[in-house]
Design a protein around this ligand. Structure first.
Ligand code: NAP
Length: 286
């Protein structure tokens, strides 16, 4: 019988990661390289603006300079494409974040695909996802990358384990499944058409919930001792904090390790974006 689960503390690990990045950024600056991250963001989307501000705040904390290109209704798709082309060509820019969603009049896929993979520090272009699929070096998608860092930090072994990823989005579920596969887990991907999900879940050593449905995964869906990673972030009326895709109270009675929401996966997503940006800046030295 599992008693108290290990809390996979993303906030604490993100702090450690940032401390390490600060040292690397100082070293880069001493060699004349000023790491720089540029964001392209919808001007009228408060949630996107808040995410980008938070990313820029932590970028600034580690010493990464940043800028923002605001896209409002008056900005044409060709102006956004031009801006991305400029950022691709600018050797002073090391990473570019295209914050989803862009305004409706912009073909977001077209914009994203115009970003060169060498600056895709969010790891979400098809070039980056293709490189992950093929096992080639490249920037890995920030949220699943952050999750792998958490698993490593807490010594969670994936090799030979059964892992279920619930969700198959391009930014989370699919790359997560591939990264677990890279770690030699035996991976199953579930989605909205999966049958008997609770039953399937009960056979799994590792469960990653990336669904967007508040507290969907219950404790009685879990095998005793399962490792639970909750990537969900859901607003629920009347609740002080966003809640995850897993019901924390019942899951933590069964799991051997679990991420809290907030304070689990979220901070590691930002830390991973910064990590990729510093990697991109260091790559200019060689
Ligand atoms: P998404 O694009 O909406 O994808 C959701 C996935 O969940 C889809 O593949 C969908 O299946 C599947 N799904 C929906 N209902 C289901 C059900 N009842 N049973 C099984 N699968 C179901 O969402 P996302 O962008 O991947 O994000 C997922 C969650 O992670 C959200 O809560 C989001 O806020 C959060 N998130 C967190 C971070 C972070 O930094 N912490 C970053 C990104 C996202 P179909 O494909 O069949 O529709």
């Amino acid at each position: 019988m599992v008693e108290t689960p290990v809390i996979l503390d993303g906030r604490a690990l993100a702090r450690e990661v940032r401390d390490g990045l600060k040292v690397r950024v100082d070293a880069l600056k001493a060699q004349g390289v000023n790491p720089r991250l540029e964001a392209v963001v919808a001007a009228q989307d408060p949630a996107s603006l808040a995410y980008v501000e938070m990313k820029k705040k932590w970028a600034g904390w580690v010493g990464i300079e940043s800028g923002t290109f605001m896209v409002d209704d008056s900005v044409s798709e060709s102006a956004v494409m031009e801006q991305v082309a400029k950022l691709n060509a600018d050797s002073a820019v090391h990473g570019v974040l295209i914050q989803h969603p862009l305004p409706g009049h912009i073909d977001e896929d077209r914009v994203l695909e115009s970003l060169g993979h060498a600056k895709d520090v969010d790891g979400i272009t098809s070039a980056s996802l293709g490189r992950l699929t093929a096992g080639l070096p490249g920037f890995r998608c920030a949220t699943p990358l952050g999750i792998t860092k958490l698993l490593d930090r807490y010594g969670v072994q994936c090799e030979g384990k059964s892992a279920l990823v619930i969700g198959r989005s391009n930014i989370l579920g699919k790359p997560m499944a591939l990264m677990l596969l890279e770690r030699n887990a035996t991976v199953t991907v579930a989605h909205s058409r999966t049958k008997d999900l609770p039953e399937l879940c009960r056979t799994m050593d590792i469960v990653v919930a990336a669904v967007g449905r508040a507290e969907m995964v219950k404790g009685d869906w879990l095998k005793p001792g399962a490792v639970v990673i909750d990537a969900g972030y859901n607003k629920v009326e009347g609740r002080a904090h966003d809640v995850g895709d897993c019901d924390y109270d019942s899951c933590s009675e069964v799991a051997s390790a679990i991420t809290p929401v907030p304070g689990g996966v979220g901070p590691m997503t930002v830390a991973s974006l910064l990590m990729n940006t510093v990697d991109a800046a260091e790559a200019t030295l060689v």
